[in-house]
Design a protein around this ligand. Structure first.
Ligand code: ES4
Ligand code: ZN
Length: 324
């Protein structure tokens, strides 16, 4: 089964590029930029990755990205992920980036996106991995800052497939960003957002995302099982959920494998991704292995997860068909 999973052509749709920053590269970038890290070495840094909730993870995640300063830093970050993706037979990836996590530290939007974009172009040419960018707004910042970021992105629209929403969900419901999402839609962006697992008001957040905002996809969203009507809406629209089992195990009490199984059985398009692999110690292959071993997924079911992923990918029909 391990070999089957390794050989499966994969599509990763839920991956934060800042969450791929491995300790080794963090130290290298810190050295390059003359910054000191609060750990003597890679081992001690990894040992400090002891989160058990979304806020406890986010603290370490944002602290870690302070070493990302220049265009080559963002290039190296994305290139390292894309090399790893190619090794795991990821053929196509949609990659989240958090511009406000950088502009709020004084790193220009232009520096961030140029570095990432250059890596995507090189990876396609050299590694045969195709990828697109999804710009995420930080939901624990004001909606006005998200709107300003949206406007700042417009000159780079051709480089961005769509928008997402991430960071701390508590007290930051989807409708806080209704105007931002409306404008993003008018600008031609596709829409997704995080509805993280077991958050306060999880079902109401999913309802707002689906009905008030009209997203094309949901990131996580497994609490939708608590509302049969919403499951039916998602089925009717052919919407997909991007699930991240090992991430779930860090920010809640479990991988939520049974919920994922149930959603698959109901016919919802479910995909498996890695979320923040450098922090959760698992890339997409390890996530598929973990889910397979708990649910005893068959080869056909594993193949279906990847087919569903390509099916809900933000690619033109003829490009998807070439992968399917
Ligand atoms: C995230 Cl697991 C998770 N949830 C919300 N926002 C995020 N950003 C990076 N990882
Ligand atoms: Zn995520």
């Amino acid at each position: 089964m391990k070999d089957f999973i390794a050989g499966l052509p994969k599509c990763e749709l839920h991956l934060h590029i800042e969450g791929t920053l491995e300790p080794e590269l963090k130290f290298e970038l810190a050295r390059r930029n003359g910054l000191r890290l609060p750990y003597p070495g890679v081992e001690q840094m990894r040992a400090a990755y002891t989160f058990d909730s979304l806020p406890s993870f986010l603290r370490i995640y944002y602290e870690g990205m302070r070493v990302l300063c220049t265009e080559p830093d963002f290039y190296d970050l994305a290139m390292a992920y894309l090399r790893k993706a190619a090794e795991q037979n990821v053929r196509y990836a949609e990659i989240f980036f958090d511009p406000q996590a950088h502009t709020s530290r004084g790193v220009p939007f232009d520096v961030v996106i140029r570095g990432l974009r250059r890596a995507l172009m090189d990876a396609e040419a050299r590694l045969g991995v195709r990828a697109q960018l999804i710009m995420c707004f930080l939901r624990d910042f004001q909606a006005e800052y998200a709107m300003a970021t949206l406007l700042e992105s417009l000159p780079y629209k051709e480089w961005i497939a769509g928008v997402g929403l991430d960071s701390d969900e508590k007290g930051n419901p989807p409708v806080k960003f209704a105007a931002v999402y409306e404008r993003a839609r008018q600008e031609g962006y596709l829409l997704t957002m995080h509805c993280d697992v077991d958050q306060d008001d999880a079902v109401e957040h999913i309802r707002q995302a689906v009905e008030d905002i009209g997203v094309n996809r949901i990131d996580h969203g497994v609490n939708i099982l608590e509302d049969q009507r919403l499951v039916e809406v998602v089925l009717e629209r052919g919407m997909g959920l991007t699930c991240c089992p090992i991430s779930n195990g860090y920010v809640t009490d479990s991988m939520k494998a049974e919920a994922i199984r149930k959603l698959m059985d109901l016919g919802v398009r479910i995909t498996v991704s890695s979320d923040d692999p450098a922090y959760f110690g698992a890339y997409v292959g390890e996530n598929l292995e973990a889910l397979q071993s708990v649910l005893q997924l068959t080869r056909d079911e594993l193949a279906r997860l990847e087919r569903d992923a390509f099916e809900i990918a933000w690619l033109p029909r003829h490009v998807k068909d070439a992968y399917l």
